[in-house]
Design a protein around this ligand. Structure first.
Ligand SMILES: [Zn+2]
Ligand SMILES: [Zn+2]
Length: 231
């Protein structure tokens, strides 16, 4: 990609032509973004502090750091004639912006001209507070969900336990009913058996009695017969 270049300035841009109208923003260096100290004005009318300019030509080819105009022969002549610094402009800056020069030289204010601050949309710390509030809200929400989930699980377990208990109770009741039924059947069976055996015994007794009666009759008859015979 081509080096960032700025449009070359026309002769009208020569600051010396409008010294009386120059404001602070007109006398700042594009390299250090601060007020020009010992300004060097190139043939393209771009200005740099002497220090900034020297640093720039040490690192790059002999051309303007802003518009890339080749300045080799100009620099040779200016150095030879010892008029590298734009004395007229420098004297004006020292006169009109002495305070800014002082503070820059003292190193108290390195950057005079800054990028305009971005319009502030929120008060200082507001975004952090908002972020923390949002974080807290999410945390609370998660805790509530977890709590709800635990409660649901607990009630589900309770319900299952109740159902199991109920089923067991029913099972025991059914078992008891079966036992009672079995006992009833057993009893009835026993009764029937006793009744049947009694009947049998009765029948036996009846036959024995009849036998016995027969014997009695026989004996009676025998006696009667014997008595008859004796007569
Ligand atoms: Zn500078
Ligand atoms: Zn230039």
């Amino acid at each position: 990609m081509a080096a960032k270049s700025k449009k070359r300035l026309s002769k009208i841009e020569n600051k010396l032509l409008k010294l009386d109208k120059l404001e602070l923003q007109d006398v700042f260096c594009s390299i250090c973004h601060s007020i020009l100290i010992e300004p060097v004005t190139l043939p393209c009318f771009h200005d740099f502090c002497l220090g900034c300019f020297n640093g720039s030509i040490e690192n790059n080819a002999l051309c303007c750091p802003l518009c890339r105009l080749r300045i080799g022969s100009w620099l040779r002549n200016a150095t030879k004639q010892k008029n590298l610094v734009n004395i007229e402009l420098w004297n004006f800056i020292k006169l009109k912006f002495s305070h800014e020069i002082d503070t820059k030289v003292k190193g108290e204010d390195n950057i005079i001209l800054e990028e305009p601050p971005l319009p502030r949309l929120s008060a200082p710390g507001e975004i952090r507070l908002e972020y923390e509030a949002e974080l807290k809200r999410l945390r609370d929400e998660r805790l509530q969900l977890e709590h709800k989930h635990i409660k649901e699980t607990e009630s589900l377990i309770h319900k299952i336990q109740e159902e199991e208990e109920e089923a067991h109770k029913k099972y025991l009741e059914a078992l008891k009913k079966d036992e009672i039924l079995a006992l009833q059947i057993q009893n009835e069976h026993n009764k029937t058996s006793i009744a049947q055996s009694k009947k049998k015994n009765n029948l036996k007794n009846t036959s024995v009695n009849s036998k016995f009666k027969n014997t009695k009759i026989e004996r009676f008859l025998d006696k009667t017969f014997t008595a008859e015979l004796k007569k």
